[in-house]
Each structure stands twice: as C-alpha cells, then as structure tokens.
Design a protein around this ligand. Structure first.
Ligand code: GLC
Length: 442
C-alpha cells in the first residue's frame, strides 16, 4: 500500500522516490579559474586560451572514496557528477576527444573513480552530461557561446555541423553507459529552443530536442541502461522534472494530465555550481535543512551540489554544509526516506511554521517545527487519529491532549477535533525538531 500516485514513465523511479536526497557534483576545468562554471561564457574566453588550464589540472588530493563517505554520512543516497559540462572538457577517458582529464597531469579517469567509489559506498550513480559544448568544433556558435561576439562567428558557423556534433554526443553517451558499470541516472543539460531565447543576431539559433537528435540519444541510453532515469532537459519529457535554484511552493503536476510527476529540485550551497573561491552567498544551516524538508513535504527529491576544488577536495565551506545534513539526518532521516507529501486530509491540519511529511505506507506523519511553539502545538483535525507521538531525534514521548484545553483562556480554539501536543518549554538541541506521529489504523 502506498499513498503516492505518480505518472508512469519509462525509467525506474521507485528507488529514487524512496531515497529523496542526492549529491550533485560539478567538477571540471572551471575549478581552476574558480569563478563559476560559466566563466568561459562570462569572460568570452576563446577555446584555445581556455584549454591552457589543462596544463595545470592536477587534482592530486582527489580521493573519490572520501567524497563518497562524506555523501553517505550526509544522508545522500545517490549522486550525479558532471562527465562533461558546457565547457566541453571530459572528466572521463573518451576516445572521441583529446579535451579530457587523462590528457592533463591528472592522467586518471576521474569519473571512473567516482562511479566505483560511490557504488562501493552503496550510493546510486548518475552522470550529468551537457548537451551544450563550447569546445567542440561542430557546435554552432550561438547566443550562449563564448565566441558569440567574435566578428567571424557567422563565418565560423559555416563549417560547423550540428549532425556531426549530435553523433559525437551519441558516441560519448555510449562510452558513458557502456564502460562504467550500472548507471542509474542520466542528467542532461539543457535546451534553449528559439522560442525562449531572444538575441540581437537572427542567425544565432537556440537549441532543443531536434538539434540534439534527442529521440535517438534517449533511445540509445535506454537500450544501454534499461531502467535508467533521464531528466526532461533534452526538451523531451522523460522521467524527471528538475526545478532549479528555487524553492518549489506547490507540488509539481503534469501540465496536461495533472498527474503527480517525479521531480527533483537542484540547488547549490552557494551561488555557483562549480567551485567559486570568492563567492560568499552560502546558505545558512537553517536554509539547507528547510530546502530538504520543504522539498520532501511536496513529494520531491533534493539534489544538493558540491563544487570540488582543482586539487580534488570539497572545501571547508562545503564540508561544513554537509555536516549540517549529517547531524540532522543522523537522527531525522526517517522523516525523509520513504516519505512524501502528506495526504490531503492530513495536510489540511498542518499548523503554521510546520511542514508535514508522511511515510509512503500512510502509517506515520512527521511534523517538522520550523519555529518552536511555546509548550503546545495545537492541531485541529487530528484528534482521534494519532496513537502515539514522540520526538524523532531522541525517541522521547510527546504527550497529547484531545479536545478542550483548560488554560484560563476561554477564547482558545477548543474544538472537539483538536489535538494538542505538549512540548517542553525549551527547544530540543536540534536545528529543526521533528515529531513523529504514529497514526491509528484508517
Ligand atoms: C544550469 C547551469 C549549469 C548547471 C545546471 C545545473 O543549467 O547553466 O551550469 O550545471 O544549471 O542544473
């Protein structure tokens, strides 16, 4: 029995919707300039000049097993790492390009080490693969390209063949889904069809599913890795909707059928996906936890991003952020794993400053206290429905009172279906306390 109904899609999303929490890893040559993964675009760096970073890419401190251990301790159950980002640099030993990590002082297939280490820790393994490629000689220069302002851009495009580039992508996706064992997620990124992009140069074209030859690419991926989860960013609806960098406030549903969809919010710890040394907008511990809890309370997954340094490490700020998740998930992961948005009749009772999650089997309801109430949490509509209540972090009982509460305030909201949870006056020593309600048989 499950309370969750989800739109059927080709990929196997059952494990994904149980696991709820994953690590995004954005790692590439952009870790050297260390000022955003779009640095080549922002600073309009020509391909040859940008390639010089290859000479200095030596992640001598990289140990994927350490990364995997940190992800696992933080409570993350899967990971998605950039095999190739928009810069076109390959973090794997591709036979189809020299612009790859094995041709740098790294001399190693960095993606292989990631896949093996994370799988060994019991995490599911995903690859991010950019459809955009600012290095490839056949990728047409457009409004996103670092060469967009080059006076010869139009002329350069005359010899660029999008079909050849689409074939290159199929060849690389074949390598990625053949040479690295079982791959659970293919995270493509991203389409910008003409309809959405305006540009001063009419000849600069946006790119979408037809340009990527996405039907063929997806069919290939599904042939090589049956059950693989693929996102919608190729421009063709697949398994996964991917709201990015904003807090979803209502459960995403299918725009046509209205069905619940499988969705995953992706966020950064700070303002950049790639390592950005001088970027200071790091999310507070409260924001980190609220992002996760809000997301699961709306039936989604959270993919939280780390941008490793050019030396191959998670910097202290990233490790501190992972530590926030580790501490809270250690005691409270039961309100995340195997949980989803509460059923409607329960959700309607959710008090202010709280978030509900409900176990998929409908037996437990979790109340996340975003603001700690004074001594009582009053919940209209839950009287008679709860067998037992406890704090999740220490398993200590939370006593309950039903119906009228005598606190000399006649005007209080004493309705018959009122459930009052009696809380200690001092907030427990946990950033977001969770109360676990064992629901009566329904
Ligand atoms: C956007 C950014 C890209 C990042 C992705 C993560 O597409 O352009 O840099 O990898 O978001 O979802």
């Amino acid at each position: 029995m499950t309370i969750e109904s989800i739109r059927k899609t080709p990929g196997d999303t059952a494990w994904f919707r149980q696991d709820r929490f994953g690590m995004f890893i954005h790692w590439g040559l952009y870790a050297l300039p260390a000022r955003h993964e779009w640095v080549q675009n922002h600073e309009r760096v020509p391909t040859e000049e940008y390639s010089r970073y290859m000479r200095y890419f030596d992640p001598d401190l990289y140990d994927a097993r350490e990364w995997a251990a940190m992800a696992k301790k933080a409570g993350m159950k899967y990971a998605v790492m950039t095999a190739k980002h928009h810069e076109g640099f390959c973090m794997f030993d591709s036979a189809y390009t020299d612009f790859k990590c094995t041709n740098t002082p790294a001399k190693r297939d960095l993606l292989k080490e990631y896949a093996e280490a994370f799988r060994a820790e019991g995490l599911k393994v995903g690859f991010y693969y950019s459809l955009i490629d600012w290095h490839h000689p056949d990728f047409p220069i457009d409004m996103m390209h670092p060469l967009r302002d080059d006076p010869n851009a139009l002329q350069m495009n005359e010899v660029r063949d999008m079909h050849r580039y689409a074939r290159y992508m199929r060849d690389q996706v074949t390598e990625l889904l053949t040479n690295y064992g079982k791959i659970d997620i293919l995270w493509l990124d991203f389409s910008y069809p003409d309809s959405k992009i305006k540009t001063a140069n009419p000849w600069m074209k946006g790119k979408g599913a037809v340009d990527w030859e996405a039907e063929e690419l997806i069919a290939l991926a599904r042939k090589l890795q049956p059950g693989i989860i693929i996102n919608n960013r190729s421009g063709i609806e697949q398994d996964l909707w991917t709201p990015e960098q904003y807090q979803v406030t209502a459960r995403p549903v299918h725009p046509v059928t209205g069905e619940n969809v499988c969705w995953e919010a992706c966020h950064t710890f700070s303002g950049s996906w790639g390592y950005y040394r001088d970027e200071m907008t790091w999310k507070s511990p409260e924001m980190l936890l609220r992002l996760l809890i809000n997301t699961v309370s709306l039936g989604g997954n959270l993919l939280m991003n780390v941008g490793p340094t050019a030396r191959g490490e998670f910097d202290a700020r990233a490790q501190a952020a992972l530590g926030v998740y580790e501490k809270w998930m250690h005691a409270c992961s039961r309100s995340v794993y195997g949980c989803t948005m509460a059923e409607k009749e329960l959700l309607e009772t959710c008090p202010p400053d709280c978030r509900y999650t409900e176990s998929m089997d409908g037996k437990r309801l979790y109340i996340h206290l975003f603001a700690y109430p004074f001594e009582h949490l009053e919940i209209n509509g839950l009287a008679g429905k709860v067998e037992y209540a406890q704090f999740l972090h220490d398993g200590s009982e939370v006593t309950m009172t039903e119906g009228k509460v005598d606190h000399f305030s006649e005007g209080a909201s004493n309705s018959d279906d009122l459930l009052v949870l009696n809380l200690p006056p001092v907030k427990p020593d946990i950033l977001v306390p969770v109360i676990e309600l064992f629901l009566k048989e329904r």
